[in-house]
Design a protein around this ligand. Structure first.
Ligand SMILES: Cc1cc2nc3c(=O)[nH]c(=O)nc-3n(C[C@H](O)[C@H](O)[C@H](O)COP(=O)(O)OP(=O)(O)OC[C@H]3O[C@@H](n4cnc5c(N)ncnc54)[C@H](O)[C@@H]3O)c2cc1C
Length: 445
């Protein structure tokens, strides 16, 4: 049994790992010159840093187990995180319930109301009751319109831009319910996980393990088409580096690309499935990474509740992970999630730097452009699926209508928000599904 896998991100590598562990042949094709996809890294100050900020929550058990299986368990550190909100010229700490009670932009009784409802959400297991309501509607109804505008709307806008008012309450529930597991101790401070050699090391090690188990990973290799005969996937057309595209035969195919890429690789599917693929909407991530000669703030994760500022999050990585890993540099991500057709997405790193820098003074009045030693610009396509109401009805099955063709991408992660943990789980699950399907009639046919 020989399986072709499209994409060497968390899902594709995890699928290859599971298949090769179970004695199957797996070949992974990745268009980028590196593995890791959205969780891949680049070098800064001699250390490996994720292109987009990454950490783990305590609830991310599939990633924790994988890291242990790969022999990297002793490199996984659990570190106290400091969260803040920038509101009307001031940075407010937002790490503990006590911080909420001290958050003066809301009247005291509203802070109590927000606190009580947050507690209730953290204890609610049944997310299905939130399927039919948007987060904005739910928050305004329960926590109050003012609290919604001050605290939650910036967070939703931060992740979903102009689509903020369409986001399902299930998405926000996930943030409350799953993150509470990451809070520890009497002060209920959040701890976050970070593999000290970087997520890049985890996925490189996973790729090596796949190879040791007999799998093959081809980088800089773009899949142009999934070959289909008699409604069954029979192989891939792949452009290997420096070669003309060629047809390679497989018994089954797993695609881990975003849905809008997948539809380009296959003939149109039956309408019910095709519609699910075409209705999947994503936002991209634009990330500017600054290497500074001193800290910008003492906060790790800062939500920007100020629409005049052109970025929505300031993530100061070296307030979580020691800067000695990066030659002593202080590393700050400035981030936004625009559509791919937006002006912000099109801008160069230089343009973003010029646009973003004046706003850093609002966060730290002492900030000076001379603090910036280096800057790096990254764009991530298909970074965040937009999770609307009744989302469970819109998720395409892993088994596509084409026999032996499987889809494993981030639009299928639900009710949790996308993340490396869930892509690893997804990849392994789909590999097991594929193996279990062998010799059986194709259910979706
Ligand atoms: C800014 C940002 C911050 C994040 N923060 C966190 C975090 O803190 N913690 C966390 O756990 N997760 C985080 N995530 C999410 C996490 O990185 C992703 O959910 C996860 O890595 C997705 O893995 P994947 O394999 O499903 O998809 P991808 O990583 O997108 O992998 C798909 C791969 O397919 C390849 N591909 C596409 N088309 C083709 C083709 N035609 N031929 C060959 N290859 C192809 C792509 O190049 C890509 O490598 C973050 C993501 C972003 C963007």
């Amino acid at each position: 049994m020989k399986v072709g896998i499209i994409g060497a991100g968390a899902a594709g590598l995890a699928a290859a790992y599971e298949l090769t562990r179970q004695g199957c042949q797996a070949e992974v094709f990745e268009q980028a010159p590196f593995v890791g996809g959205q969780a891949s890294t680049f070098l800064v100050g001699g250390g490996r840093l994720e292109r987009g900020y990454h950490h783990l929550f305590v609830s991310d058990q599939d990633m924790v187990e994988l890291i242990q299986e790969l022999g990297l368990g002793d490199k996984l550190a659990w570190l106290e995180s400091k969260v803040g909100v920038f509101h009307r010229g001031k940075v407010w700490p937002f790490s503990t319930p006590l911080d909420l009670l001290r958050f003066r932009p809301l009247p005291f009784w509203q802070r109590v109301r927000v606190g009580l409802w947050s507690l209730a959400l953290q204890r609610t297991r049944d997310w299905r009751k939130f399927e039919d309501i948007t987060a904005q509607e739910w928050l305004a109804r329960h926590m109050g319109r003012h609290a919604c505008e001050v605290i939650w709307e910036p967070l939703l806008r931060g992740k979903f831009g102009a689509h903020f008012d369409q986001v399902s309450m299930v998405w926000l529930w996930g943030k409350f319910y799953l993150r509470v597991a990451s809070r520890k101790g009497a002060g209920r401070r959040e701890v976050l996980g970070y593999p000290m050699g970087s997520f890049g090391e985890v996925f490189d090690t996973l790729a090596q393990r796949v190879a040791q188990q007999g799998g093959r990973i081809s980088l800089s290799s773009s899949v142009r088409r999934i070959n289909v005969q008699d409604n069954a996937a029979v192989g891939l057309e792949v452009a290997l580096p420096g070669r003309e595209p060629e047809a390679l035969a497989y018994d089954a195919v797993i695609a881990t690309t975003p849905s809008y890429v997948f539809t380009q690789l296959v003939p149109p599917m039956p309408p019910a499935y095709q519609e699910k693929l075409e209705r999947a909407r994503y936002l991209a991530a634009v990330v500017l990474v600054l290497a500074l000669d001193r800290p910008l703030s003492n906060i790790y994760w800062m939500n920007i509740a100020d629409r005049q500022i052109p970025f929505v999050g300031v993530i100061e990585h070296t307030n979580l992970v020691d800067r000695s890993l990066y030659g002593g540099k202080h590393l700050v991500y400035l981030t936004n999630y625009p559509g791919r057709d937006s002006e912000l997405y099109q801008k160069s790193g230089e343009q973003l730097l010029q646009e973003f820098i004046p706003h850093l003074r609002k966060i730290n009045p002492e900030f000076d452009a001379s603090w910036v030693l280096e800057h790096y610009h990254h764009r991530v396509d298909g970074a965040q699926p937009i999770v609307g109401r009744q989302y469970s009805q819109r998720i395409p099955d892993h088994r596509t209508p084409i026999r032996n063709l499987y889809l494993a991408n981030t639009t299928q992660i639900y009710p949790e928000d996308r993340g490396t943990n869930y892509s690893v789980r997804l990849g392994r699950q789909v590999a097991r599904l594929l193996l279990a399907d062998q010799g059986k009639p194709w259910p979706a046919a």
